[in-house]
Design a protein around this ligand. Structure first.
Ligand code: ADP
Length: 546
């Protein structure tokens, strides 16, 4: 309705009506109460006989809100009962208003629903008006009024009634918001109560105002025992002052939530007095002018124990490894001396008494010398193996290409004798121990030449960048390795052949593995379909070496 340019003054009764309704809408604690107050106020201020409220249900249909007011209840009782018995969609006026969202009138109730019309006539009610209850653009219900005869047009009445509808709409809106809040609170409370984490809220004085079931299980106190008490009771004595300081500092900081302490720093105290390590985070919230701190805390005793056990094991392992290496080093070092003596005296025997010994004796001396040499090779390889961890050099920028060159130099005789052709890709600079990387390449190339097949040995050293690492490969066209032995050959002393077939100690690849792993890489072998073998190892590609 557009107000006319000079609206006539509002009837003071209507102004009072508006005030009453506005107060009722603001103060009502229930929708039903607000509806009742409004119906009564409208009837009293207009002199209308009766009022009835209907609400649009969640499914969209209109239904009586069972709120009714009559100026003379005795006279309208029968009509009220008839109205109650009529389905809302039979109440044509209310249904029309609900659909259109606009006020509507009927001046002749006798034309409507038969039972209703008869009861209305008996109660002396002949006309009705209905107004929408609006929540925004939505029609949430209808206020319906009955009277003896259509009231005389009254300036501003329609606007006032529309305003009444809007005020009631506000109550509905509020009721809906409260319902949504209640259900979300219920959901939230449900989550909090089943959480196995301890959730404890305190006010500014550090008094406990919330304590969930997880907290009961963690601390051993029931909620009744701690509510209103100071948080201190859940903290070990030694950490109370520090904790207070931390909370104060957090309270002053701009962040709304943070993790508390570093690992192992946060501890809690159970009712039994037991102190336990915890992971915790804290958040703050200003609620109704009060500051509330909430800590979510998890007992990590088991995890800390497991970590400690792991650390102990790792330490023990490192110590026993170091001891073993030390033992291998000392043993191999000390074994060399008596062995040299056996070798030199055996050789002396052969030289000095050679002409007095027969053929068999020379043969036996030969075996003894061979045994000594093998033992020497074993010992020196074992020594090399034990030195990888304990006597490793520093990790520094190393030109792999130069390393390969030196390794090939060391293998020159073997390469020349076998007629092997050695090729290689450009090799990258890496970060590593040049001497040890040289050992790896030398062992792999030596094996590639040693385990050759019938044709000319061809060996290719390749390099390929894969993500954050370099993959170095040594490919040969030799006798190959059955896939089932691919793992075993990296284990110390594991060989696939007799010494008569191929000489060796079975230590070379285990040294390679140890060195590569010390550099943070992996080593493995593959058997390509065209024969031969390809040994791969990776080295982390450091920023500088890229
Ligand atoms: P060694 O060479 O002293 O026997 P390694 O540890 O270097 O010891 O090698 C272990 C075993 O792996 C070798 O005995 C051999 O059976 C196998 N192997 C190593 N490299 C090759 C290769 N390039 N081709 C075929 N077999 C190989």
């Amino acid at each position: 309705m557009t107000p006319s340019p000079n609206p006539p003054p509002l009837d003071p009764a209507l102004v009072r009506l508006l005030q009453v309704v506005a107060v009722a809408a603001n103060e009502s604690t229930s929708l039903e109460g607000a509806l009742r107050t409004c119906l009564q106020a409208v009837c009293e201020h207009t002199g209308w006989a009766a009022g009835h409220a209907l609400l649009v249900q969640p499914g969209g249909e209109l239904a009586s809100a069972d709120v009714w007011h009559a100026a003379d209840p005795a006279r309208t009782r029968e009509f009220h009962a008839a109205l109650h018995a009529t389905p809302a969609n039979g109440d044509a006026l209310a249904a029309r208003v609900a659909r259109a969202g606009e006020p509507a009138w009927i001046t002749d109730l006798s034309a409507g629903h038969a039972a209703l019309a008869e009861a209305a006539a008996r109660a002396g009610l002949h006309a009705a008006a209905a107004f929408p209850i609006r929540v925004g653009h939505e029609t949430a219900g209808v206020l319906e009024f009955f009277f003896g005869q259509a009231p005389a047009p009254q300036p501003g009445l329609l606007e006032v009634m529309l305003s009444v509808g809007t005020q009631v709409g506000r109550v509905i809106e509020r009721a809906r918001a409260e319902e949504a809040l209640r259900s979300s609170e219920a959901k939230f409370a449900g989550i909090i109560s089943i959480s196995s984490d301890a959730i404890v809220s305190v006010d500014e004085d550090q008094r406990i105002i919330f304590y969930n079931r997880g907290a009961e299980n963690t601390f051993g106190y029931t909620a009744d025992e701690v509510m209103g008490e100071r948080l201190e009771m859940l903290l070990p004595e030694g950490s109370r002052a520090r904790h207070e300081g931390q909370v104060r500092e957090f309270g002053a900081s701009p962040v709304p939530a943070r993790r508390m302490g570093e690992r192992g720093q946060i501890t809690g105290r159970r009712k039994s007095g037991e102190i336990f390590p915890a992971d915790a985070s804290i958040s703050k919230l200003d609620l109704g002018g009060r500051r509330i701190y909430t800590a979510v805390l998890r007992d990590v005793t088991e995890r800390v124990q497991a970590e400690e056990a792991l650390a102990r094991q790792a330490e023990e392992l490192a110590r026993s490894n170091a001891e073993l290496e030390q033992f291998a080093y000392v043993a191999s070092h000390d074994l060399q001396e008596p062995l040299r003596m056996v070798a030199s005296y055996t050789q002396l025997l052969a030289r000095r008494y050679g002409d007095r010994l027969d053929q068999d004796a020379h043969e036996f001396i030969g075996y003894a010398v061979d045994g000594v040499q093998r033992m020497q090779a074993l010992i020196s390889d074992l020594l090399a193996y034990s030195r990888v961890g304990s006597r490793g050099g520093t990790m520094e920028r190393t030109e792999l290409e130069a390393v390969l060159r030196r390794s090939l130099e060391a293998l020159r005789t073997a390469i020349e004798e076998s007629g092997a052709e050695i090729t290689h890709d450009p090799l990258p600079p890496v970060t590593g121990d040049a001497v040890q990387l040289g050992q790896v390449l030398q062992n792999l190339v030596a094996n590639a030449v040693k385990f050759r097949g019938d044709g000319q040995p061809r060996v290719h050293v390749g390099a390929r960048r894969a993500g954050g690492e370099w993959v170095i490969s040594v490919r040969d066209n030799g006798i190959g390795i059955a896939p089932e032995y691919a793992q075993r050959i990296f284990v110390i002393f594991q060989r696939l052949h007799t010494r008569a077939e191929y000489p060796g100690t079975g230590i070379g690849l285990s040294i390679c593995k140890k060195i590569v792993e010390r550099h943070g890489g992996r080593i493995w072998v593959e058997s390509p379909p065209e024969g031969g073998s390809v040994f791969y190892f990776t080295l982390p590609a450091t920023g500088e070496a890229e």
